[in-house]
Design a protein around this ligand. Structure first.
Ligand SMILES: [Zn+2]
Length: 368
């Protein structure tokens, strides 16, 4: 949900992006793009992880220009006794532009100790699916936030969730799973150049290092792995590259071990950029059928509350943000991604076609 920051401070964020792009242009005089920019514009794209909660006048043109659709992903955040989510906003946006968007609902562990918990969640999901939801997101609430009445953290492999997974597997509904956070969340925040420095600096409530009572990174990842392994019929897209984007070898191990697993790239391009470009390219080529493009970009306020200047800056920032990710995937130029100096992957057209749309369209084709 990083663009929420951009939406709140768009001019500042725009400045940041311009700085990034400025650096990126320095030593990229010759583009050796493997696809021409015009062909790439026309390439069908699906951003499978987006949070466009509120419409924007510019968005329909923006998506058409890039031949792109987006999955509107609801997030449920537990705060004390209440759960905050925005499904109605996403439904309204989806209904307004059904040709541009897909819809993804969510649920939390709230009430998991009640005997009717799973039935109640399944009934809610049935309603959401009837209203257009094609996917269900589970968020890092599981593992890092939700606790039972005795203070135990609820992990994603909790057996009380099993009826929900069985319902989703039977109905061939994919789960988008953001479980755990980057390992950096459990470590000290001493390197301003780390791609996650700003997020944990701005969101100390998720900097697990500050909360020694929170389960360890390793414990949450182990619970996640057990969950994936024990539901082979459930189709899972692991958001944010499995929360292990700093270590593509570990990601590859999971993809080898669990055939029901795919990964989504949102907000983890900086981690990829820190690793050896050739190895990252080989990873994309080897697992090209199981990697999906996503961004985590979205809108956090209604357009009517923003001045035209702010909306204009937001659009420019969004264009620059997508362009940088597109450049990283399609070109082999030197560039800077989330403060990391790197070279683009310059992936072949067949790989780009898959990660940008074909892989997700396969998920949809498998739906009942
Ligand atoms: Zn997200």
């Amino acid at each position: 949900m990083r663009i929420f920051m951009i939406v709140r401070k768009p001019l500042y964020a725009l400045g940041v992006f311009l700085i990034f792009l400025g650096f990126g242009c320095q030593d990229s005089k010759v583009s050796n793009s493997l696809v021409t920019s015009e062909a790439f514009r026309k390439l069908p794209k699906i951003d499978v992880h987006a949070h466009y909660k509120y419409p924007r006048t510019y968005l329909p043109d923006f998506f058409e220009r890039w031949n792109m659709k987006a999955m509107l992903v609801d997030v449920a955040i537990e705060k004390g006794d209440s759960v905050v989510n925005n499904f109605e906003n996403y439904v309204a946006h989806y209904m307004q532009f059904p040709e541009l968007f897909y819809l993804c609902t969510t649920f939390t562990a709230k009430g998991i100790e009640n005997p009717d918990y799973a039935d109640r969640i399944i009934a809610q999901l049935q309603q959401d699916i009837a209203r257009g939801a094609r996917m269900v997101k589970v968020w890092k609430n599981f593992g890092m936030v939700s606790q039972d009445s005795e203070g135990n953290y609820i992990q994603i492999d909790d057996p009380r969730l099993n009826p929900i997974w069985e319902f989703l597997a039977q109905n061939k509904i994919t789960v988008l799973a953001h479980i755990a956070d980057p390992e950096q969340a459990w470590r000290t925040l001493d390197d301003p150049n780390n791609p996650h420095y700003n997020y944990y600096n701005n969101n100390p409530q998720y900097h697990a290092y500050n909360f020694p009572e929170m389960p360890s990174y390793e414990a949450i990842i182990a619970a996640r792995d057990r969950w994936v392994a024990s539901h082979p019929e459930l189709k899972i897209i692991a958001a944010h590259i499995l929360s292990m984007s700093n270590n593509i070898e570990a990601v590859a191990q999971r993809l080898d071990a669990y055939p029901n697993l795919s990964v989504e790239l949102g907000a983890r391009f900086g981690d990829l950029a820190m690793q050896d470009t050739d190895q990252v390219r080989q990873f994309f080529e080897k697992y090209q059928a199981r990697i999906l493009f996503g961004t985590d970009y979205g809108t956090g306020q209604e357009e009517s509350q923003l001045s035209p200047e702010v909306v204009g800056a937001e659009e420019e920032s969004l264009e620059a943000s997508y362009q940088l990710l597109f450049d990283y995937l399609t070109k082999r130029d030197s560039m800077v991604v989330r403060k990391q100096k790197t070279k683009g992957l310059g992936l072949p057209k067949e790989v780009l076609e898959k990660i940008f749309s074909k892989n997700y369209l396969k998920f949809l084709a498998d739906t009942k």
